[in-house]
Write a protein that binds this ligand. Structure first.
Ligand SMILES: [Mg+2]
Length: 210
């Protein structure tokens, strides 16, 4: 059956990200190496606590500042930490094409307040979803059952009515175990081909049309 709703992961699906520059900018205002900063913030136990809603942004900043000697303000830290994203244009357009078809779309992301605030302010496409299931608000990260259930409740759909796109096999497997249809994002081209096969794409109107 054709899915009724499409749920997108955010990182490495709709936006690319790289903590290298953030680590350098934070380290430049602190007393540890760039590598040490990176180890502390990128896929770290601290980031997991932050993204699963176990600590506030102020607490996260406090812990990073204490560990790295960061001497800047919370506002400077927020800018350095969150300015790591670049939209993936083919995927932003793919999302727009799904919406033109009249299919509701949602975000399901392991993320945090600083990242989503930055993305919302910087990239207009992020406002074009029907709802947002964000780990730090739900209090659980993928692959916990709780966050998938939250997505089902928000979408008002379950099982094969849902199509989920994510770049991590474990996240996809947890969704497939709930009966969701899934696409493992390997490249925008492959994802687009699979979405097209499901009949979920509406081409953009040609510019010459009256
Ligand atoms: Mg991802």
């Amino acid at each position: 059956m054709a899915p009724r709703v499409v749920i997108f992961d955010l990182g490495k699906v709709l936006v690319d990200f790289d903590y290298t520059r953030a680590s350098s900018r934070i380290a430049a205002r602190g007393n540890v190496s760039r590598e040490a900063v990176r180890k502390f913030i990128d896929h770290s136990p601290l980031l997991v606590r932050y993204e699963s809603g176990q600590m506030t942004t102020a607490q996260f900043f406090g812990e990073v500042a204490a560990a790295t000697g960061f001497g800047g303000t919370a506002e400077e830290f927020a800018e350095f930490f969150a300015d790591i994203f670049i939209p993936i244009p083919e995927m932003v357009e793919l999302h727009a094409a799904v919406r033109r078809k009249g299919i509701p779309t949602f975000i399901l992301s392991n993320t945090n307040e600083l990242a989503t605030g930055h993305i919302r302010r910087s990239f207009p496409f992020f406002s074009d979803f029907d709802g947002y299931v964000l780990s730090y608000q739900v209090g659980a990260i993928k692959t916990a059952e709780k966050i998938y259930r939250a997505a089902e409740e928000m979408a008002g759909k379950s099982g094969a009515e849902l199509l989920f796109i994510d770049d991590l096999p474990a996240n996809i497997a947890a969704a497939a175990a709930r009966g969701w249809q899934v696409i493992l994002q390997e490249s925008p081209e492959k994802t687009r081909a699979q979405i097209a096969k499901l009949g979920l794409l509406q081409p953009a109107p040609s510019s010459g049309a009256v």
